[in-house]
Design a protein around this ligand. Structure first.
Ligand code: HEC
Ligand code: HEC
Length: 202
């Protein structure tokens, strides 16, 4: 029998807990149940504006969440939410999601945009890799098969110029894109199906 955890008491969370959201460490799966309401069961997002977390690079997950907790990073939702979590819980959640297999989203994309995105790739691949999967550093997020609307939204935030987003290099790269190129490169990365060897089977 799994213990009922305090995090599982919300009505929506209860549903996730009752249907058995993964379970290695019961404390962690209890914590993660809250997240899964928005980010999908096991962190595999079902909605196109919400990022999948499962299989994302651990250092990236940890970094953005700690930046939200400290308030140095702009957010609509996550800052408020993570205020209630300890740094240790955040680090555990990052490791929990990073261990899961990366699952590229099943999504319809405009093949013409995907093709055009290929011409923008050179400006991104130095850090994100040729498919968005083989990232050059662990604090660079993978983008291959991420939801296209999420990629679009994040690029819009970096391009806005007034939002607190600590990574100036990424902001500079986003600024240099033309409007048309944003949609194209988002479609390109979204169309990729995961390059890292260990995720091939999914
Ligand atoms: C109410 C919906 C909601 C819940 C619940 C939620 N998130 Fe989020 N999450 C968001 C939104 C919206 C964003 C985009 C950033 C923002 O504006 O807050 C986001 C972004 C993220 C990102 C960045 C993903 C990326 O690729 O850039 C991470 C990591 C994350 N959330 C982790 C979590 C974790 C861990 C939990 C549970 C403790 C959680 N989220 C719970 C809505 C939610
Ligand atoms: C100098 C290295 C570098 C280059 C070049 C670069 N990026 Fe990034 N990118 C990063 C890093 C590091 C992050 C995490 C940034 C942060 O902390 O906000 C990131 C974050 C992102 C995100 C947010 C993903 C998410 O899940 O929230 C998107 C989207 C993105 N990059 C797209 C691009 C595109 C498109 C290009 C090419 C036009 C590009 N990047 C070029 C390093 C780079």
């Amino acid at each position: 029998m799994r213990k009922i955890l305090p995090h599982c008491l919300g009505a929506a969370a209860l549903l996730v807990c009752a249907t058995g959201a993964v379970a290695d460490d019961p404390n962690l799966s209890g914590l993660a149940a809250t997240c899964n309401n928005c980010h999908g069961v096991g962190g595999v997002s079902a909605g196109s504006s919400m990022a999948s977390l499962a299989g994302q690079n651990r250092a990236y997950l940890e970094m953005v969440m700690l930046q939200w907790k400290s308030g140095e990073r702009f957010s609509t939702t996550m800052g408020r939410l993570l205020g209630g979590y300890t740094e240790d819980q955040i680090k555990s959640l990052a490791a929990y999601y990073a261990e899961k297999p990366w699952t590229p989203a099943a999504q319809e994309l405009d093949p013409k945009l995907v093709r055009q995105g290929g011409f923008v790739l050179d400006r991104c691949s130095g850090c994100h890799g040729k498919t968005g999967g083989e990232t050059k550093t662990e604090d660079t997020p993978r983008l291959d098969g991420q939801w296209v609307r999420h990629i679009d939204l994040e690029l819009a935030k970096y391009r806005d110029g007034t939002l607190a987003l600590p990574n100036q290099k990424m902001a500079d790269n986003a600024h240099k894109l033309k409007e048309k190129e944003v949609a194209a490169i988002a479609a390109f990365f979204a169309s990729q199906s995961g390059e890292k060897a260990e995720t091939k089977s999914k």
